[in-house]
Design a protein around this ligand. Structure first.
Ligand SMILES: [Zn+2]
Length: 467
């Protein structure tokens, strides 16, 4: 792929959706490539000298690039699971222009300013899309939280149940309060992995064959989630009512049983938001084969009726946005050889496919492209405090764009996968939506039709997002 020396890029689209509110007739978007910003939008623009013109085909749609706010890139420390280069290439190929990296599974975890520096160093020269960072709350690191906020983390993630890695222990209520106390004057958000042990929560699964999906599903009942979510809402309400609100957020909601409590919390205007994942909106536990451990994630994929309740909650606004929770590992750790759900690492690799999954599943349900942008670009940009530059196509924003063909379809082949470990439950799936080109701050980072050997920019053009 050649990079342009011209100063301006004009994208001419017959069909464009600029934001959830703006689906337009033919639109032209003028970008200053020296700043990466959108400088003009209209139906007829005076074209400056030094302008490269990109005219889209009639079946191509222009939309804001996606923001995936929940991705585990695992570098440094577990780079054999994923890495900045492969993870961000996969994102670019999926129309994602911003990912937010989770604080755990890399070693060290992003729990101190020094550890953030180690991560930033590891990311240098490897990013194909823009990357922001969540910090982590673990026992005894609350003194580091203000400095991490100053350094530009988008907020913090904590676990209320063991995380699966030793260097990222879970926290108890007292430790959550210490973290919340540090966030009272911040507009950033505290994220919760919302599963928590309680008396009578866990089923005895010893008698069940660990190769069956049911053995895993029974081991992570909805009650683990509802118990955690009740505590999160209680604390959110307490801080809100005493006049020191803290933004809280539930990551990867799976349990539909938690929806009534979340609906009430939102009705009461608590500063609480919720995400779910593509896989909970797409799969149903009844159809997962024995030994198919690439479907294992925590909390688990549940029954079809649970999936339908999550869709209802997404459509009525109870669930705010959708993420991948891309959390890959090596084939060995996935235990595909034994198919033992108890032993396998939990996590689904899917960062490249979010747009396709939600569009394919959503179009059957009458979902509009504007709704897709709401869930995949605008709201995640807001919740990660990046809405001053990401999430919509508008003058002054970064020129983060995806050009794709919503009505074209394709079947996922292993050779099309750009993340490192090509283990994904989506292999063999036929999706609607083909991403042709992804543009980050006015520069093409992915071009399917590129005549060079790679579809990706030869120089990684992504930046870290610390403001
Ligand atoms: Zn995760």
């Amino acid at each position: 792929m050649t990079t342009t020396q011209q100063q301006y890029l004009l994208v001419k689209a017959e069909k464009a959706i600029l934001s959830p509110q703006h689906a337009t007739a033919p639109t032209q978007v003028l970008i200053d490539q020296t700043t990466g910003k959108i400088i003009q939008i209209g139906q007829a623009i005076d074209i400056p000298k030094d302008t490269q013109i990109l005219t889209l085909d009639n079946d191509q749609l222009l939309m804001p690039g996606l923001v995936d706010a929940h991705v585990h890139l695992n570098e440094p420390g577990r780079t054999e699971w994923e890495g900045f280069e492969t993870g961000t290439k996969a994102a670019a190929a999926g129309g994602i222009t911003t990912v937010i990296d989770m604080p755990l599974n890399a070693i060290p975890p992003t729990t101190t300013p020094d550890n953030l520096d180690i991560k930033l160093n590891a990311a240098k020269g490897q990013l194909h899309v823009d990357v922001g960072f969540w910090g982590g709350v673990i026992p005894d690191n609350s003194q580091h939280l203000p400095a991490l906020l100053d350094r530009g983390v988008r907020g913090f993630k904590c676990f209320l149940i063991e995380s699966g890695v030793d260097e990222f222990p879970c926290v108890n209520e007292e430790q959550v309060r210490l973290a919340m106390d540090q966030m009272i004057h911040s507009d950033k958000v505290l994220l919760f992995h919302a599963e928590m042990d309680c008396d009578h929560c866990s089923n005895n699964t010893k008698e069940l064959d660990p190769r069956t999906y049911n053995s895993f599903l029974q081991s992570r009942p909805q009650q683990l989630e509802t118990t955690a979510i009740d505590m999160i809402i209680r604390l959110t309400r307490e801080y809100y009512e005493k006049g020191t609100p803290v933004n809280t957020h539930i990551v990867h909601l799976s349990a539909a049983d938690a929806l009534p409590a979340i609906r009430q919390a939102k009705k009461d205007h608590l500063p609480l938001t919720v995400e779910t994942c593509f896989h909970y909106l797409n799969f149903a536990s009844e159809t997962i084969q024995d030994g198919a451990t690439h479907f294992k994630c925590c909390p688990p994929i549940r029954e079809a009726n649970n999936r339908e309740a999550l869709w209802t909650a997404l459509l009525d606004g109870t669930i705010d946005y959708v993420v991948s929770d891309h959390s890959p590992c090596t084939a060995q750790l996935k235990r595909l050889d034994t198919g033992d759900f108890g032993q396998a690492w939990g996590g689904i690799a899917s960062v490249q496919f979010g747009l396709h999954i939600l569009w394919t599943e959503g179009r059957r349900r009458g979902v509009t492209l504007q709704q897709l942008i709401h869930w995949l670009s605008k709201v995640p940009a807001e919740r990660t405090q990046l809405h001053h530059r990401k999430g919509e196509i508008k003058v002054g924003n970064d020129a983060d764009l995806v050009i794709w063909r919503p009505e074209a379809s394709w079947k996922v082949d292993v050779k099309d996968i750009h993340f490192k470990n090509k283990l994904s439950p989506y292999v063999g799936t036929t999706f609607y939506g083909v991403v042709d080109q992804t543009i980050v701050r006015g520069q093409t980072v992915f071009d399917r039709s590129s005549s060079s050997s790679s579809s990706f920019a030869s120089v990684p053009l992504g930046q870290t997002l610390l403001e």
